[in-house]
Ligand binder design. Structure first.
Ligand code: RFL
Ligand code: PHB
Length: 410
């Protein structure tokens, strides 16, 4: 933890996830001061297992920001994914590869979100001695509709602090206190909740596949992913209210084996490196992403179901727009960028919302009681899978969304 904790800064950033940390890095490169306030410890945020897929524009931005050294050495470059499904009810599951390199000329990099977070913290705290305060509590934002907002909080040592800022960035994730500070009539929330969640496990088992596999099986969706040449990351669709404690390791491996079955496919098993957990799935967009001098970025403003691997990438796209707008503002270039921030971000957000909803709808099993889960819904789903797997136009649409539309192009 840094020893410096100024009481005045240009940008007060709440949250040291990918959004808050990268915003601080981009601002620092542009000569704008920021302080990052984080409720968890450094160790906790550096170990929190979440996303794993970096879009091409995300990788480019991390390189431009000078924080991609380890990512370039250790990240796993992938040129495609496979959709695994049975083309007809009686047929066995087969793989249908979506070849990103061929279809859109770019790929993705598999590199854990917590590795990105570690790299950003090491750069800011260890290399530059710039402020991140961990283990703060009671964070509250004030006077957000004026040009002199502030943040009050309790520091790790128990002292009450006030941070005066020109601008506040709410990068505090899905339970955002910054979002809650918007006047109720100044924020519209659009939301969709899915009737299932993902049970996720991280296993000490060498991946047997070079690329990710998204399987639509009669018993439900399964995802085969990885973190390194030694570690596999796997997910199973389960009911939203499922208790992870009901899943023994043998039950998890059996179910993965069933749902991922495919000719020639074998899977290494191994001990779980963390306790299996269930994440509910929802889509949410809060509009606008700005009120006065308070700007929301990342999960604080929008949530996508993880099927499209878009959450962290969207957070990163937001802060690129915000960092550019703030830099212009502090350089005396005016407020146009800040005024356009919300609308600019929301165009990409809604594209990602649609893609994530579409992938989720195509790949998951809906209960028969669900309007999408009857015979008609299932037949539509299979038709969409077959079309995506066989039509170059449909596969290209999946590929360009998955690999990430260039920043600023949507
Ligand atoms: P974060 O990462 O949640 O960071 C917010 C930070 O704010 C802190 N905080 C506070 N600090 C101070 N005061 C308060 N009052 C605070 N309240 C909260 C929190 O401790 C935290 O450190 O949000 P950010 O930066 O917007 O980043 C968003 C991403 O974390 C998220 O979208 C992704 O993890 C989503 N996601 C995926 N995204 C991808 O791009 N690709 C993927 O492959 C992918 N897979 C996933 C995912 C999320 C998952 N889960 C667990 C939700 C897979 C899963 C299972
Ligand atoms: C992951 O590796 O955690 C992962 C990969 C792809 C997704 C979601 C999560 O769509």
């Amino acid at each position: 933890m840094t020893t410096r904790s100024p009481s005045r800064t240009q940008v007060g950033i709440v949250g040291a996830g990918p959004a808050g940390l990268l915003l601080a890095t981009l601002l620092s490169r542009a000569g704008v001061d920021a302080v990052v306030l984080e409720s968890r410890s450094r160790g906790y945020v550096e170990q929190r297992v979440r996303a794993g897929v970096l879009e091409a524009p995300t990788v480019e931005l991390l390189r431009e920001a000078g924080v991609a050294g380890r990512l370039d050495r250790e990240g796993m470059a992938h040129q495609g994914i496979s959709l695994r499904f049975a083309t007809d009810t009686a047929a066995p599951q087969t793989d249908h590869r979506i070849d990103f390199a061929d279809l859109v000329g770019r790929g993705i990099v598999v590199y854990g979100q917590q590795e990105v977070v570690k790299d950003l913290i090491a750069d800011r705290v260890d290399s530059r001695d710039e402020p991140v305060e961990f283990e703060v509590s009671d964070v509250a934002v004030h006077d957000i509709a004026t040009d002199a907002p502030s943040i009050t909080y309790t520091a790790a040592d128990g002292s009450a602090r006030t941070l005066r800022c020109d601008v506040i960035a709410g990068c505090d994730g899905s339970h955002s206190v910054c979002r809650d500070a918007f006047p109720t009539d100044a924020l519209q929330i659009a939301e969709r909740i899915y009737p299932f969640g993902w049970l996720g496990v991280l296993a000490k088992a060498a991946p047997t596949q070079d690329e990710l596999v998204y399987a639509n099986h009669d018993r439900g969706f399964a995802l085969y992913s990885m973190r390194s040449p030694e570690v596999t990351r796997l997910y199973l669709q389960v009911p939203a209210d499922e208790n992870a404690g009901d899943w023994s390791s043998s039950r998890i491996w059996d179910e993965l084996g069933t749902r991922l079955a495919c000719e020639g496919f074998t899977m290494n098993t191994g001990e779980f490196l963390e306790k299996p957990s269930v994440t509910g799935m929802r889509s949410m967009v809060a509009e606008p992403m700005r009120h006065g001098r308070l700007f929301l970025a990342g999960d604080a403003a929008h949530i996508v179901p993880p099927t499209g691997a878009k959450g962290m990438n969207l957070a990163i796209a937001d802060v690129r727009v915000l960092a550019d707008a703030l830099t212009t503002f502090f350089d005396g270039g005016g407020e146009t960028g800040l005024d356009e921030y919300s609308a600019t971000c929301l165009r990409r957000v809604w594209r990602a919302e649609h893609f994530s909803w579409w992938m989720t709808s195509m790949l998951h099993r809906f209960d028969e009681s669900d309007p999408n889960g009857d015979a008609f819904g299932r037949a539509l789903q299979l038709s969409q899978l077959r079309y995506t797997a066989t039509s170059r136009a449909a596969a290209t649409s999946l590929a360009e969304n998955y690999v990430g539309l260039p920043h600023g192009s949507v």
